[in-house]
Design a protein around this ligand. Structure first.
Ligand code: DQA
Length: 144
């Protein structure tokens, strides 16, 4: 089954972001870990990253139109993009929100997610494992 793994702004630059917060796995390595685990679970993962809100919204529309499950790290858009939230709300297949860091343990502006209320669930704070746990959760949900 095809799934979309969407990543928001600045996530392709993990190699130069604060490794104390985001760890030391770079974006290509992260994408590799995700696609390997996805394959093990029987998924074909289409992994994308964009710094552009409009592009992320178009990909969510594509997922809605084609009924594709999504694992989504909206990055900073998590905290304020109502446009992305509205796009997520239109999905029919499940969407799981993920974060490498634990936004609740960071600055106050990160404590709000406008996405969580329209996601099936949120997995945060486990580094790359957040994505791998989300893959497992997605498989469980889809098998029900
Ligand atoms: C993030 C957390 C966000 O607050 C931040 O803006 C990011 C990455 C994470 O994966 O931990 O860019 O989504």
């Amino acid at each position: 089954m095809k799934i979309l793994i969407l990543n928001g702004p600045n996530l392709a630059r993990l190699d130069i972001r604060d490794s104390l917060i985001y760890g030391d796995v770079n974006y290509p390595e992260l994408a590799n870990l995700i696609s390997t685990r996805a394959e093990e679970l029987g998924f074909v993962a289409d992994i994308r990253q964009s710094n552009d809100e409009s592009e992320l919204i178009s990909w969510l529309h594509e997922a809605a139109d084609m009924n594709i499950p999504v694992i989504f790290n909206p990055a900073a858009f998590t905290h304020y993009s109502y446009a992305i939230r509205d796009a997520v709300e239109m999905l029919k297949a499940p969407l799981i929100e993920v974060h490498l860091s634990n936004p609740m343990a960071r600055e106050e502006f990160r404590h709000t997610s406008v996405i969580s209320g329209v996601a099936v669930g949120t997995i945060a704070g486990f580094g790359p494992n957040s994505y791998l746990l989300a893959l497992q959760a997605l498989q469980n949900i889809l098998q029900k």
